[in-house]
Design a protein around this ligand. Structure first.
Ligand code: ADP
Length: 191
């Protein structure tokens, strides 16, 4: 089993690339953002509790996403591994994921870090706002807060990845196909 973390700021293209990478390498795509939005859409008690946090661009509590991920890992069969998108988003989540995988005879094999500058990120998210219908895409202040939360709480996970010797930086600016090619090249060094 191969476990890949797709990492980068909001708007860096993690979701777009994860979907096609998951298809190509027979991985299960696990997006905590998608899972949380599904809870919201279904109107579950958990979804209702998380709605305001997500709309403000803040992070939901670590234990919530950790439990979601553990449930999915244990329910999966027939896949060559997992691609984690939007998780881990804090050092604590990263440490828990590592424990979770080790307890199941696996490890984090690769962390792909998409590099995109802030002006380009803001541009992409404003465009996405026109089609995504996401409350957290619609307002410039909320987008700025998400980028600030990323820098403060999520970026330190890169240090975790470096220490583990698994992080690889990838230029996230260019055509979707070009970026896909760059990511595949990195993945093929570990499979
Ligand atoms: P993006 O990458 O565009 O910022 P996501 O779809 O990954 O968006 O996440 C949307 C929102 O869901 C986040 O702003 C946060 O509120 C919540 N969320 C998603 N994943 C996590 C996580 N691993 N830990 C905490 N909150 C999360």
């Amino acid at each position: 089993m191969i476990n890949i973390l797709m990492f980068g700021p909001p708007g860096s293209g993690k979701g777009t690339q994860s979907v096609t990478l998951a298809e190509k390498y027979n991985l299960l795509h696990l997006s905590t953002g998608d899972m949380l939005r599904a809870e919201l859409a279904a109107g579950t008690p958990l979804g209702k509790k998380m709605e305001a946090i997500m709309a403000a661009g803040e992070l939901v509590p670590d234990d919530v996403v950790i439990a979601m991920i553990a449930g999915k890992i244990d329910a999966t069969t027939g896949k060559a591994g997992f691609i984690f998108d939007g998780f881990p988003r804090t050092v604590e989540q990263a440490e828990e994921l590592q424990k979770m995988l080790e307890g199941r005879g696996m490890k984090i094999d690769l962390m792909l870090v998409l590099e995109v500058n802030d002006t380009e990120l803001m541009d992409r998210m404003k465009k996405r706002a026109l089609v995504s219908g996401r409350a957290d895409d619609a307002d410039e202040n909320i987008i700025n807060n998400r980028i600030a939360v990323y820098r403060a709480k999520t970026e330190p996970v890169i240090v975790f990845g470096r220490k583990a010797g698994v992080s690889r930086s990838v230029d996230g600016v260019g055509t979707i196909d070009d970026i896909f090619g760059r990511l595949c090249k990195e993945i093929e060094t570990v499979i």
